[in-house]
Design a protein around this ligand. Structure first.
Ligand SMILES: Cc1ncc(C[n+]2csc(CCOP(=O)(O)OP(=O)(O)O)c2C)c(N)n1
Length: 685
């Protein structure tokens, strides 16, 4: 579509407006125009926002919400509702208008008037933890589409567990050109096609316009062929033709593959001079243009006013699924008591507390009885062998590094297109898509997703991890090969700045356990943390087990603790994480030989430690003259613990390719280096 598309075309499909909405005797066009008017008015009032997309997709959204979507505005969290994902989050006024029109109590006209203002529930881009009816936070293009893949996987899996009388819904996505240009969309599309997620329906806003202008400036992909090649059913329709939209959605209901419906639309539909052009994408249309659009659309109501008969028709659409909801509630009530309790527990995200405690204790007892000198990735597997059977909501996976990440326990069956009852997903080499799909599973509910890749590839997952943190979702990333300690694969694979970069993300817990015992405890903490994601940074190389005692409490829970006390009054406090805790203990021994008392503090989780009270901080940081941090990574972030005058033994450059023991020597991360640094500062060298 050209940027110069005829403005008069805006009102052309008048003949199609006779099509009645399913819910009332109101013309389809009036229903759709209510969305358009609200979008124009809200963006105008906010003096910012994106009117074009909601105006373009109003017809598609109207048919979807008035005829197909299973939802109940009085219960936005109804577990068996269809999920609606607005992947093109910049078009947020589309979903806000729909929520208002269909009668979500929280979405008042006042909220629409306060679009993009502080403390409104109509934020610039939709935020799931903020607005009832918003399924996921979108805005970073491509993420929503990939979330939807995770939601559709979650639906399929839970249907096998609880039966399709209880779990049987679709996932609908509105995606834009931008969503489909982003790399993550390829990962998502390929995974969805591979798994034959036939209840996933993507409505592509095929308007041929992005911010810079016509799409042809930057893209010439045949999306129909692209989706077909990935195993989807794909078709193209006129996105302003209600009958065509209806029949495409009708057909989608029984597809055996995921469905793409490319909806040819005009961005800014109705705006006399800006429709079909990037000028309607991301700024207020202006008073004159809005007046012209109202005229062209035949919309005479005052700003923010929806005529009573039209609003009534929309509200009728909002109660369409009431009976279906009530029938569903009856089926849930009719479930066997323990099955119902289990379904409700899982959907509420409540843990089986006793089973978890028992599983953790079993592993700790084993480790206390016989210490294990194993890599923390292997310790994680050991923990998972107990945790996975105890927590049926855990769905594991790996981005093609299953054997390296140790995320698949012996009894875990694989999820495949033919059988979703398994609990392990081979995500393929798709870290970004994996992390976003995990967000989708967590958002769907009933599942705690965990998965694996190398820590260095956290960069490939980062945008999705950031959103999990923003959305406050329990998503657990096992990231192994967590330092130069991975050895021979060399600097391309050795994370240096990644711990610091992850610690910079608010509301994310970054765990780096020092031995098998800490690994179990960190797993427990990650699972028990309902409102934030976690990263478990784990080693490839074996580590000694430093804690052999059976502690009933979770010693890692406060983020840092003294793991080796000083002999006498400490002159040096050594803080370390993960594999470097053993190095720190070695350093303290050497110092003791030189008559210098040193204590060692293990810091498995910076975030949890920094959240403790001042008294605990004082006790742990201590009063020793010298504070020294050890971590085979960059110093950034460490000053919060060791102070800007603290000593740091770590990395300042990329690593190198060699057996790991040689690398620790080459980069000076050794017990000797620790002792030497402290002695030098004490003037004892
Ligand atoms: C990852 C990411 N990159 C860039 C942006 C900024 N951005 C917002 S919308 C958009 C593209 C707009 O084109 P399209 O997706 O076709 O939406 P439309 O113009 O049709 O509304 C861009 C680049 C973003 N939101 N996310």
């Amino acid at each position: 579509m050209s940027a110069k598309a005829s403005p008069t075309a805006a009102v052309a499909p008048a003949e199609r407006r006779e099509q009645p909405a399913a819910s009332a005797n109101i013309a389809h066009a009036s229903m759709a125009n209510a969305i358009r008017a609200l979008a124009m008015d809200a963006v105008e009032q906010a003096k910012s926002g994106h009117p074009g997309m909601p105006m373009g997709m109003a017809d598609v959204a109207t048919i979807l919400f008035t005829r197909f979507l299973k939802f109940d505005p009085t219960d936005p969290a109804w577990p068996d509702r269809d999920r609606f994902v607005l992947s093109a989050g910049h078009g947020s006024m589309l979903i806000y208008a729909l929520l208002y029109l269909t009668g979500y109590e929280a979405m008042t006209i006042e909220q629409i008037k306060r679009f993009r203002q502080l403390d409104s529930i109509t934020a610039g881009h939709p935020e799931s933890s903020h607005t009832p009816g918003v399924e996921t936070t979108t805005g970073p293009l491509g993420q929503g589409l990939a979330n939807a893949v995770g939601m559709a996987i979650a639906e399929k899996h839970l249907a096998t567990v609880f039966g399709d009388g209880i779990v049987n819904h679709k996932t609908y996505v509105v995606a834009s050109d931008g969503d489909l240009m982003e790399g993550i969309s390829q990962e998502a599309i390929a995974l969805a096609g591979h798994l034959r997620l036939n209840k996933l329906v993507v409505l592509f806003d095929d308007n041929g316009i992005s911010i810079d202008g016509v799409l042809a400036l930057a893209d010439s992909v045949d999306q129909i062929k692209r989706f077909e090649a990935a195993g989807w059913n794909a078709s193209r329709i006129d996105g302003h033709d209600p009958a065509a939209i209806n029949s495409a959605l009708e057909k989608a209901q029984t597809s055996s593959k995921p469905v793409l419906i490319a909806c040819k639309t005009k961005i800014g539909f109705g705006a006399p001079s800006k429709q079909g052009s990037e000028k309607s994408h991301g700024s207020p249309l202006g008073a004159e243009e809005i007046a012209g659009a109202r005229k062209a659309l035949g919309w005479t109501a005052a700003p923010f006013e929806v005529p009573a008969d039209i609003l009534k028709a929309w509200r009728a659409a909002g109660v369409r699924s009431k009976n279906v909801h009530a029938e569903w509630q009856k089926r849930v009530a009719g479930l066997d008591g323990s099955k119902r309790a289990e379904f409700e527990r899982r959907m509420a995200g409540a843990l089986p507390t006793q089973a978890l405690a028992d599983a953790v204790r079993t592993v700790k007892e084993k480790l206390a009885a016989q210490a294990k000198e194993i890599a923390t990735r292997a310790a994680s597997e050991l923990a998972l062998e107990s945790l996975v059977p105890a927590l049926p909501e855990m769905i594991g996976g790996s981005a093609d590094l299953t054997g390296s990440n140790n995320t698949r326990t012996k009894d875990m069956k694989v999820i495949s297109s033919g059988n979703f009852s398994g609990r392990f997903i081979h995500y393929g080499v798709r870290e970004h898509g994996m992390a976003a799909a995990m967000n989708g599973m967590a958002l769907h509910g009933g599942i705690i997703p965990y998965s694996g890749t190398f820590l260095v590839f956290s960069d490939y997952c980062r945008p999705a991890i950031r959103l999990a943190a923003l959305m406050e979702k329990r998503v657990i990333h096992v990231m192994t090969h967590d330092s130069i300690g991975l050895g021979e694969d060399g600097p391309t694979h050795q994370p240096i700045e990644h711990l610091a970069a992850l610690r910079a993300i608010p509301n994310l817990l970054v765990f780096r356990p020092c031995d098998a015992m800490e690994t179990v405890e960190c797993w427990q903490l990650a699972l028990e943390t309902k409102n934030r994601p976690s990263v478990l940074a784990l080693t490839r190389q074996n580590l000694p087990q430093l804690r052999n005692r059976l502690d009933v409490d979770n010693i890692c829970a406060r983020g840092a603790y003294e793991i080796a006390g000083p002999d006498g009054r400490a002159e040096v406090s050594i803080f370390a994480t993960g594999s470097e805790v053993a190095v720190a203990v070695g350093g303290a021994k050497l110092l003791a030989e030189r008559g210098v008392a040193a204590r060692v503090i293990s810091v498995p989780c910076f975030e949890l430690f920094l959240e403790q009270n001042e008294e605990y901080h004082r006790a742990i940081i201590g009063t020793a003259k010298i504070k020294l941090g050890v971590e085979a990574a960059v110093r950034q972030g460490w000053d919060a613990i060791i102070g800007s005058d603290g000593l740091f033994v770590g990395m300042t450059s990329f690593g190198a390719s060699a057996p790991y023991r040689e690398l620790y020597k080459k980069f000076g991360i050794t017990a000797e280096a620790v002792a030497h640094a402290a002695l030098t500062k004490l003037g004892k060298m």
